[in-house]
Design a protein around this ligand. Sequence first.
Ligand code: IMP
Ligand code: MG
Length: 330
Amino acid sequence: MATVSQERATRRRQRRAPQKGTKRSKVAFAHPSEAEFARILDFYGVRWEYEPRSFPLRWEGERIVEMFTPDFYLPELDLYIELTTLKQSLVTEKNRKLRHLRELHPDINVMLLYKRDYHRLLAKYGYGPLAHEDVRGIERVLITVDELERRITELGQQISQDYAGTEPVLIGVLKGVIPFMSDLMRHIALPLSVELMSVSYYTGDAEGVRITKDLDRDIAGSHVLMVEDIVDTGMTLNYLLHYLRTRRPASLKVCTLLDKRARRLVDLPLEYVGFEVGDEFLVGYGLDYLEKYRNLPFIGILKPEQDGRKPRRPSRRARGKRMEKKESPK
Ligand code: IMP
Ligand code: MG
């Protein structure tokens, strides 16, 4: 039987070979969270490479004695991502390495996703340890009805000025955008038209985003303003902007009510932003948690997850998935 250290060495060797997406089946991921993360990227059509590069961190004479190999490289975004689903003690070590890496290679873009960030990413798609089935209630109001009204009036005025002399097409993605779209368009003093689209959501397979409701009209040559409720990782918007560009609009800009900057993976220019928000799960004014709360007239923060307390039932989606896995032997 191989000793623990032999096993580790073998794994390190396996891990060193650079492996490119999207042939996930061929990649020997070191951890299931990495495979899941790759599936999410595949779904949103974000290209990735698995551990394509090791950065030397420390030398003894000529010999490299310490290296750092980020888990993923996203070539289109020129971004390295390190997933740390590890124990806190190991995270501290990783942070040290990362700081060192940034000092030695200030030109590289590298991002650390903590266990909690990763679990939140999964929870957003309805599974993982932070996914809840029960409704938890509102902790506090983050943006009041008055603040929404004031800011949306300003956005409408700004857009009216910037698009003066044109007839813009506002495109929204259902369903979260409904209240914002309807308030915003009433503050734009221009002839305009509205289009609504629907896209499928990540559910654990890597089929890729599907447009479940497409535009009703041709937008070639039109000035298009994409209206969003919230930009989080940016993956949905990135996908949609690529798609809309193939329809040859005269211009394509983005207006989002909320910008959750702290969680961005795909950085996109957002021309109009209502509010920058922190890394908290928000509901109301269109935003849902398991389809609830969309009708709140304000934006609120959900009660924080009570992780570490009593175990919770996994979400329906997660249970469904587990059953599927059982039934389909690999
Ligand atoms: P992205 O692709 O990660 O940018 O996801 C954007 C989508 O995630 C939004 O259109 C929302 O549907 C959803 N989302 C992101 N953050 C929140 C939140 O705090 N509350 C509710 N939905 C959210
Ligand atoms: Mg949305």
